[in-house]
Write a protein that binds this ligand. Structure first.
Ligand SMILES: [Zn+2]
Length: 454
């Protein structure tokens, strides 16, 4: 890459820090809609700030009614898009630094949005600025699109696409390097059955409220006394499961403890509902509880549901039971499957239904997979830029999660977290290292010159 670009980006350091501070200090969590501010006043303030900063750098900027903005470099018909977002998730507990304080510790800035996704978005904006100031001639226009609703409903991109032309090709710096070009398909199911069956009597159970979370703890109230409690404890010891049982006036209160996580990434996690189901089965449960224990249990590969499959590009199918409630005499639960791109989603649904006899199964919706070929111009250009700037090998990756990139027909997630950095998105003490963000800016500039330069 042109040496001028490196000098320019290194020279932006202080200004980059000041600008990012300003962005982090706006608590742009979704709020009450107002006139011209569909996601609340703070998000609107953040959008205005980003547009002003881009304008001051000399870019033409357009506001899409508070849903999103875009920043343009170049005048060519064909475009390359960069998709970032300015909204953030609520701060949650456990912070050692003010979550909107943008405090620096050496090279490190702490704050909600430093990594997801204000820091990477700003790195992309500074990359465009360097390309502009270096006077690099362009054959394609570079368009940075900054949305305001990524953390909720993606209404920002829907609005944007409805009011202007969405570029076909581009990337979103809202995940990790090297690059994600494959997003698995999704199947979401709800199942219901009467609380019938013999063996044990469950009086209460209500675990989980989100289908995409692996529950870390589950409790249930079972009919019985000390004898049952002893059996439960013995089962836990024998099977190496973290299970507690406490005799109360109304029955035995059983608690299982697993390892919580996100349902798209079940490796190394343990589903506490699954643990409870295996316990129920070993205590002699028949009927729907035994069916669930056999078909799902603690598995996260869909094997017992007849859904186990994988392909080379996407890796294995994953399956999670995020919710299991006993309500009004019925068992109600959910399954969240993340499916390889070559899988037939209808066939997977049919297999799951066939393995849950006695359950009424309801389709809560499917999402088709998203894939951009590794051999194409987009992926090869981005990976070449990554390899040139880092000296690391760039391989495309697959995810069970969803990224902003699939808004584009040919869209991939690219950065801005490096392979050796912890992912603190949505967690306490989120931070970004400024030197890493400036390296990301160099990678983006390199990539954009490959894709858009003459
Ligand atoms: Zn994000």
């Amino acid at each position: 890459m042109d040496k001028k670009i490196y000098d320019l980006i290194d020279g932006y350091r202080d200004e980059f820090i000041q600008t990012l501070k300003g962005w982090i200090q706006v608590p742009s969590v979704r709020g009450e809609a107002e006139e011209g501010a569909p996601f609340g006043r703070a998000v609107r303030e953040m959008l205005d700030r980003a547009m002003n900063d881009a304008k001051e750098m000399g870019f033409p900027v357009r506001d899409f009614d508070g849903y999103a903005c875009d920043v343009t470099l170049g005048e060519a018909e064909e475009k390359i898009a960069v998709l970032g977002h300015l909204d953030v998730v609520p701060i949650g507990d456990g912070w050692d630094h003010p979550a909107f304080g943008a405090e620096m510790e050496g090279d490190r800035m702490f704050g909600r949005g430093t990594n997801d996704d204000k820091g990477p978005s700003l790195a992309a904006l500074f990359a465009m600025r360097a390309i502009k100031e270096a006077g690099i001639p362009l054959r394609r226009t570079i368009r940075l699109i900054l949305g305001c609703d990524e953390e909720s409903d993606w209404k920002d991109m829907a609005w944007y696409a409805a009011h202007t032309e969405m570029p076909e090709m581009g990337f979103s710096p809202d995940a990790s390097f090297p690059l994600i070009n494959t997003e698995k398909g999704m199947v979401h199911l709800r199942f219901l059955a009467e609380n019938k069956g013999t063996g044990i009597r469950v009086l209460e159970m209500a675990t989980g409220d989100r289908m995409n979370v692996i529950p870390g703890e589950s409790t249930a109230l079972l009919e019985g006394g000390e004898e049952l409690a002893e059996k439960v404890r013995g089962w836990g010891e024998k099977n190496g499961m973290d299970v507690r049982a406490e005799v109360t006036e109304t029955g035995v209160r059983v608690t299982t403890t697993g390892i919580p996580g996100h349902s798209a990434y079940p490796e190394g996690r343990r589903n506490a509902i699954g643990m409870m189901l295996l316990l129920f089965r070993d205590l002699g449960a028949q009927g729907p509880l035994k069916t669930l224990a056999d078909a799902v249990g603690m598995e996260h590969d869909g094997k017992g549901l007849g859904c186990e499959c994988r392909d080379e590009i996407s890796g294995p199918l994953t399956c999670n039971m995020g919710i299991l409630h006993l309500a009004d005499g019925k068992w109600i639960g959910t399954l969240d499957m993340r499916c390889p791109i070559t899988a037939d989603l209808e066939a997977l649904k049919a297999a799951a239904i066939a393995h849950l006899p006695g359950f009424e199964v309801e389709d809560l919706g499917t999402k088709e997979p998203h894939h951009v070929p590794a051999e194409g111009e987009l992926v090869t250009s981005l990976l070449a830029a990554y390899e040139e700037e880092t000296g690391l090998k760039g391989e495309p990756m697959s995810t069970g999660g969803g990224t902003y990139a699939k808004v584009l027909k040919q869209g991939v997630a690219f950065g801005a977290l490096f392979p050796d950095e912890p992912d603190l998105a949505h967690q306490a003490n989120e931070y970004a290292d400024i030197s890493r963000l400036l390296t990301a800016a160099k990678i983006f500039a390199n990539a954009l010159i490959r894709l858009a330069g003459k």
